[in-house]
Design a protein around this ligand. Structure first.
Ligand code: SF4
Ligand code: SF4
Length: 83
């Protein structure tokens, strides 16, 4: 659907994207939780997070996957993005 003036999607801080992707500058492998991901599923170094993390934005996938388990979110993100 289109035409909505403000279609910004909110991050619900599920943490799936902080597990699914590899972040070489942190030595983080795809599928492994980032060492900076807190128990509350927030970024522990938010103000100093790498550029790759800064560039990632919540999108429709975050909404579509919202009811899935963390494991399934991570699995699908990795499959979709090929990581
Ligand atoms: S997967 Fe989407 S909703 Fe979950 S933390 Fe990442 S950006 Fe936020
Ligand atoms: S540095 Fe922060 S935003 Fe980046 S993957 Fe780790 S917890 Fe997520």
């Amino acid at each position: 659907m289109c035409g909505k003036p403000d279609n910004k999607i909110e991050c619900v801080m599920c943490g799936a994207c902080c597990i699914a992707f590899d972040i070489s500058v942190l030595g983080k492998k795809a599928g492994e939780p980032c060492a900076h991901l807190t128990a509350g599923r927030q970024c522990g170094i938010y103000e100093n997070r790498p550029w790759g993390c800064r560039g990632y934005r919540p999108d429709e996938l975050c909404v579509l996957f919202s009811s899935l388990s963390e494991e399934d979110k991570v699995r699908l993100l990795r499959k979709i993005y090929g990581v």
